[in-house]
Ligand binder design. Structure first.
Ligand code: TYD
Ligand code: MG
Length: 468
């Protein structure tokens, strides 16, 4: 083992460099290299002397069923894949003030009330502050074991024993420090070491460890990427501070699906679960406004209707602005290019603003057609036909591609009182029969983006596009 002095470590990939540079050669990221003390020990290489051969086994055999603990917060349990797995490690990331500590305190209280031994260890807030929050949440009487600590040695001594906690919440991993390292809390070496030790205890003692992680300005969990590889589950808690809705999203889960979301509402009495969120993000939708389209989306296993708003305004000379909230900006650039090339709708001298209402972030390509419809509607200043939902993916040739779960999207739209749907061709026999089963929706299948555009252009009156 050789010790390296004066080392520079990349915060993203944890690669050690001998000198500082603006760009990390290993991961290609800019401004991620920082000087750290010589805590990271670089191994020289390992020989096989003294090693024992590993015993192999076959692929078949009954898997060991890992017991799970339900927190009682149904949305949280669902995102975790059906409760907390014993002996696993979870990482919960999110912007400051979004409600991570509130969510985990509520989960801790519910677990404690169900007789689980829960430790809530905070390195960010003093005991009094947490008590204040608990009394505001009316959880002050729950048997949660509360502590304010940052030294990982003390925390390990508390958890790594028989009768230690069954669930431990560490708020946050960036405030913890190992006293045998010289570097400050939050550095790559500290975060990695503390997480490694905690995960080791989780596996050995069957404790469920929940780590809170800060996020960087770019929205990724701060600290080395290896942190995300080390844990079993990574959840992001997101939403806009100004908006009361919060989404819990699984981005990695070794024990469940990763496309699941949980929806919460932040009230003055803490977070409350939203059990049926499908109509939540269209509450402000107005049928008579141009530039607004309702997208019938799927988040995880559930359909979710979302309003997509576009504004097209003449730009002052120079380069026009494109601003996007809640959607991918390169995808918007693509849709604008397709509209321009395939439908001759030029937006080169216009500013374009796109907003997904309610603070939601849409990742599905199925939203393409809804975005295009909102843009065309904004450009022509004509609203879409009333009570219409839209979904479909757009190809570079201007063709509309079919997307998964069309029947679930249509069924949900029908349930929420929609009358029309603009969809890709529902050509397969299965989808056709389901389409017939959905009788009350008037479905317009479009094959080319041009048809959507022409539908608007030839509309003699507001709202006649789909009925043509
Ligand atoms: P917090 O859980 O401290 O966020 P994080 O741990 O992610 O930094 O949440 C703080 C915010 O939540 C704060 O802006 C106030 C708000 N809040 C409520 O609106 N209602 C409540 O009952 C509580 C406890 C917090
Ligand atoms: Mg907090």
């Amino acid at each position: 083992m050789a010790r390296v002095t004066n080392q520079f470590v990349c915060k993203t990939c944890a690669t050690v460099h001998r000198k500082w540079s603006g760009k990390c050669d290993s991961c290609g990221e800019w401004n991620t290299i920082a000087e750290e003390s010589d805590d990271i020990i670089v191994p020289k290489g390992v020989s096989k002397a003294g090693g024992k051969p590993v015993a192999f086994t076959s692929l078949d055999g009954a898997p060991e069923e890992r017991p799970r603990r339900m927190t009682g917060l149904a949305e949280f349990d669902r995102v975790c894949g059906g409760g907390l797995v014993t002996g696993s490690a979870l990482l919960v990331g999110g912007d400051p003030g979004i409600g991570k500590s509130t969510l985990l305190l509520q989960a801790a209280a519910m677990l404690a009330c169900a007789g689980v031994s829960v430790a809530y260890i905070s390195g960010e807030e003093a005991v009094d502050q947490i008590r204040l929050r608990a009394s505001r949440l009316k959880l002050a009487n729950t048997p949660v074991n509360l502590a304010s600590a940052t030294n990982i040695r003390d925390i390990l001594a508390t958890l790594d024993k028989v009768g230690g906690a069954e669930v431990a919440i560490i708020d946050s991993i960036q405030t913890m420090y190992a006293d045998n390292l010289d570097s400050a809390p939050g550095t790559v070496a500290q975060v990695r070491t503390c997480a490694q030790e905690l995960i080791r205890v989780a596996k050995r003692r069957g404790v469920t460890i929940i780590l809170v992680g800060h996020v960087t300005k770019e929205g990724a969990i701060a600290g080395p990427r290896v942190l995300e590889h080390m844990v079993d589950t990574v959840l992001y808690f997101e939403g806009e501070r100004a908006n009361q809705f919060r989404l819990l999203r699984a981005v990695k889960n070794r024990f469940g699906a990763t496309d699941e979301i949980g929806v919460f509402e932040m009230t003055d009495a803490g977070l409350t679960e939203v059990e049926n969120p499908s109509g939540l993000f269209i509450s402000g939708h107005n049928d008579t406004t141009s530039g607004s389209a309702v997208f019938a989306g799927i988040e995880g296993t559930r359909p979710l209707l979302v309003e997509i708003q576009a504004l097209v305004a003449p730009a002052p000379a120079g380069s026009p602005r494109r601003a996007v909230v809640g959607w991918d900006s390169s995808r918007l650039a693509m849709i604008i290019a397709v509209l321009q090339t395939r439908c001759s709708m030029t937006l080169g001298s216009h500013d374009v603003y796109l907003n997904v209402a309610g603070g939601l972030r849409v990742g599905e390509p199925a939203a393409d057609l809804a975005v295009a419809a909102a843009l065309v509607s904004a450009h022509l200043e004509r609203p879409l036909p009333p009570r219409t939902v839209v979904f479909g993916e757009i190809g570079l040739g201007g063709e509309i591609r079919s997307v998964g779960q069309a029947d679930a999207r249509l069924r949900e739209a029908e349930k929420l009182g929609f009358k029309c749907a603009l969809t890709p061709p529902l050509s397969t026999g299965r989808q056709q029969s389901r389409k017939r089963a959905i009788t009350s929706l008037k479905i317009t299948e479009v094959q080319k983006l041009r048809e959507v555009f022409d539908g608007f252009e030839t509309t003699p009156q507001r709202g006649d596009m789909v009925s043509a």
